[in-house]
Write a protein that binds this ligand. Structure first.
Ligand SMILES: [Mg+2]
Length: 452
């Protein structure tokens, strides 16, 4: 198949890259790469790819790999022309557990035009909007996940039964072979991996690597999920990032640590500011708080997500997830924590968050805060799990996906910043998903209604 000729600035940049230092055919020869995965993340967070032999990568780098867009979650029609995924050579990652394969994040084009609703494009638009104001967002994510049995029904380690299993050394070391293989991979890739632990739920783990610019972190986040699942499978296990796979256990969050940089310096850092944050940081935070309900449709994008936030107390004694639109200092019971000067931690997102849409949503809300001088109000230094009654007027997070989608639908801020093509596609597909769920007849309904 033949690609259409791109007419955008991106197309020109791609053409320049294809003939320059990022010649993938040459890189394949130098590094012994036999195949490339040309991949993209769709609106539901699914990683889609074509496996392309190195002999064909030269043409694919220019023209892109062809897909039928309707076959993935992108809000396209079966009658649409070919969708072309054009790889970004700067995203190349050689699979540490299968070195003959190179992974590439791609940008999507149709009829020579950028597909604006594609998650990576949505994030790149926010990054460009921030750059126009002189800022770059840096971010790090903490991806929690469970290692479960291959059928997904139970945690994989029958001995992992402690009521407070967080940091359990023995349970961590029983999974040493998997954890160390993933950590070694991150070290080899130069991500600055620095710690791994058993988390607060039985069977749950977290691995941390260094923060970076928003697009790099989003690409790595997408790859991390693929890598963890792939290496777990190698060890006859299954890894899941599902937000709340077991009702009585703590769910899997995806906390994001956020700062904005200008001219190579952290513009959130202010030694004289409250908790070491600058007025710019508080305005950004004000935007995140002001748009929180709508953000949830992106940071907590599944039916299951709402069983993690607003959850009742778990076996370990705390859910570690937020239930209110509030912020605080170094205290883990609110939606936003300021752990130290120069950054804040958004504790809202969960394991189902789309790596690109998560960062795009945070950046869009933050830029709204800056441009409109949004005031985050006073921080709350209370235990939100036991003293919520003291937080007079604090807004509750949406109780389900439908409430969050309705908040997103009403959000003029996010519609303007994320773009109408994205918002209408996302809402259409997600509302259809909610309707599909609502038609599902649950055991709970049967038990509570059969004899009514
Ligand atoms: Mg954690």
């Amino acid at each position: 198949m033949k690609a259409k000729t791109g007419k955008t600035e991106d197309a020109k940049a791609r053409a320049a890259a294809a003939g320059g230092a990022d010649d993938l055919e040459k890189i394949a020869r130098e590094r012994g790469i036999r195949y490339f995965l040309i991949s993209y993340v769709d609106l539901f967070g699914g990683l889609r790819a074509k496996l392309v032999p190195a002999a064909a990568i030269g043409e694919m780098q220019k023209a892109g790999a062809g897909f039928a867009g309707f076959a993935t979650w992108l809000d396209m029609s079966p009658a649409d022309p070919d969708l072309f995924a054009v790889p970004d050579p700067s995203s190349l990652i050689q699979l540490p557990w299968k070195r003959e394969v190179g992974w590439l994040a791609a940008d999507l084009f149709m009829d020579g035009r950028l597909v604006e609703q594609a998650p990576r494009a949505v994030l790149k638009k926010q990054v460009a909007d921030a750059a126009a104001l002189g800022y770059a967002m840096k971010t790090g994510v903490e991806c929690e996940y469970f290692l479960v049995t291959p059928d997904g029904s139970a945690i994989s380690d029958a001995a992992d039964i402690a009521a407070k299993p967080c940091y359990d050394q023995s349970a961590l070391m029983r999974r040493y072979d998997v954890i160390s293989e993933i950590c070694d991979a991150m070290l080899e890739l130069g991500w600055g991996a620095y710690q791994n632990d058993h988390e607060d739920a039985n069977g749950q783990f977290e691995m941390n690597w260094s923060y970076d610019d928003a697009l790099t972190t989003a690409d790595r986040h997408a790859f991390f999920k693929f890598m963890v699942k792939s290496i777990a499978e190698k060890h006859a296990l299954r890894a899941t990032f599902m937000p709340k796979p077991f009702p009585h256990l703590t769910g899997s969050g995806c906390h994001a640590h956020v700062s904005l940089w200008a001219k190579g310096a952290n513009a959130f850092l202010d030694a004289k500011g409250e908790l070491g944050l600058s007025p710019l940081a508080y305005a950004f935070l004000g935007g995140v708080l002001a748009n929180a309900e709508a953000l949830c449709a992106l940071t907590n994008p599944t039916v299951n997500s709402y069983k993690r936030i607003n959850a009742p107390v778990t076996l370990s004694g705390a859910t570690w997830s937020p239930n209110s639109v509030t912020y605080t200092g170094n205290n883990r019971t609110h939606m936003v924590r300021i752990p130290e000067p120069g950054r804040f931690e958004l504790r809202l997102a969960d394991g189902a968050a789309n790596p690109y849409l998560l960062q795009a949503a945070v950046l869009a809300a933050g830029l709204d805060g800056i441009e409109n001088g949004r005031d985050p109000g006073k921080r709350l230094d209370i235990n939100m799990y036991t003293e919520a009654h003291k937080a007079k007027g604090a807004r509750r997070l949406p109780l389900n996906l439908l409430d969050a989608l309705r908040a997103l639908e009403k959000s003029k801020v996010l519609a303007t910043r994320l773009g109408a093509p994205f918002l209408s596609s996302y809402l259409k597909l997600k509302q259809a998903e909610w309707n599909d769920y609502a038609r599902h007849l649950s055991q709970w309904e049967r038990e509570h209604t059969l004899d009514i």
